[in-house]
Write a protein that binds this ligand. Structure first.
Ligand code: 8YV
Length: 309
């Protein structure tokens, strides 16, 4: 008999095929749907942003493992997982490059106004209407990175190729010789022209980037978020943008996905993406393979490849 698992967020067809071959896969629609199958479900596969809703976790008494197709654990109750002896795995390493590439892509898009230029050409305005406003130079801008883990360091490495001096803040000084550690976030914002968020989500980082930090970044400053929407006070962001107290924002993540405030969607100072930083064929395949391998190891009683609990 194949073990039964719950797939909360769709994965690539190639990956789902592998899951279907090894398990009886229930594709999540609602908690009500789980009523008759709940006691048989031993595993979950889900996305980093989606995680496992509390009522789903509570309704699965036989749950043994949660395999997250991502690196964020903020949408899974890890304390409860530990208490119930439920293992939790993530997909570290394989998505680092993509997320860093997205950060650089967002910086270029925002400062050079690529979406506005694209729209201008596309609608046939070239030669008829005034060109979009001039962009801002990217090379040499001072970058501040919040969260100097794998992703933060990959962003810093890319920033160096653009001759950008890099400073960072984190819970501690990592003693990195090419980058300046700045313990205070407001000071980091003050000395940066582009502030890039690469910190984990969760209670510890909630609204770290608040009004004060955004105002310290200032009217010529730009904020880029490829981490979690919860790290930014989104209402404050809307207000400082509308008041002209911040130069612009490029965001891949939002506080209440998939809802994005109207003011951010209408603003000419924003570039927006639908949580796509790891969304490439290569990376989603590599992430999916890790999910498959972790689940397989668990059900074969072998040690997990990338466990966090
Ligand atoms: C993915 C993520 O988009 O790694 C994470 O935590 O949020 C992203 O890489 C997601 O996990 C897939 O849904």
């Amino acid at each position: 008999m194949k073990p039964e698992i719950l797939l909360i967020e769709p994965m690539m067809p190639e990956i789902e095929k592998q899951l279907d071959a090894a398990y009886t896969v229930h594709r999540f629609t609602s908690v009500a749907q789980l009523k008759d199958i709940a006691r048989n479900i031993r595993g979950i596969a889900t996305g980093g942003g989606t995680g496992v809703p509390e009522d789903v976790m509570n309704s699965l008494p036989a749950l043994e493992i949660i395999a997250i197709n991502g690196i964020g654990t903020d949408a899974v109750n890890l304390t409860e997982a530990k208490r119930r002896n439920i293992r939790v795995t993530t997909t570290p390493g394989v998505l680092t490059d993509d997320v860093a590439d997205m950060a650089i892509g967002l910086i270029l898009s925002l400062l050079r106004g690529l979406p506005a230029g694209d729209r201008y050409v596309r609608k046939g305005a070239w030669g008829h209407e005034a060109a979009p406003p001039l962009g801002r130079k990217v090379t040499g801008k001072k970058v501040g990175i919040i969260g100097m883990g794998h992703v933060g360091r990959a962003i810093a490495l890319r920033a160096r190729a653009f001759a950008m001096p890099v400073s960072y803040t984190d819970l501690k000084d990592f003693g990195l010789k090419d980058y300046t550690f700045v313990p205070d976030l407001k000071v980091l914002a003050q000395k940066s022209e582009i502030l890039v968020i690469a910190a984990s989500g969760g209670a510890g980082s909630r609204h770290l980037v608040n009004r004060e930090v955004l105002e310290a970044l200032g009217p010529q400053g730009f904020v880029v978020n490829v981490a979690r929407g919860s790290v930014v006070d989104e209402q404050a962001l809307v207000q400082v943008l509308e008041a002209g107290k911040l130069g612009g924002a490029a965001l891949d993540v939002f506080e209440h996905e998939p809802d994005v405030p109207e003011a951010l969607r209408q603003s000419s100072r924003t570039v927006l993406q639908p949580h796509r930083a790891s969304a490439t064929v290569e990376t989603r395949l590599a992430m999916g393979e890790l999910v498959v391998k972790n689940l397989a190891a668990h059900f074969a009683d072998q040690s997990l490849l990338t466990a966090v609990v």
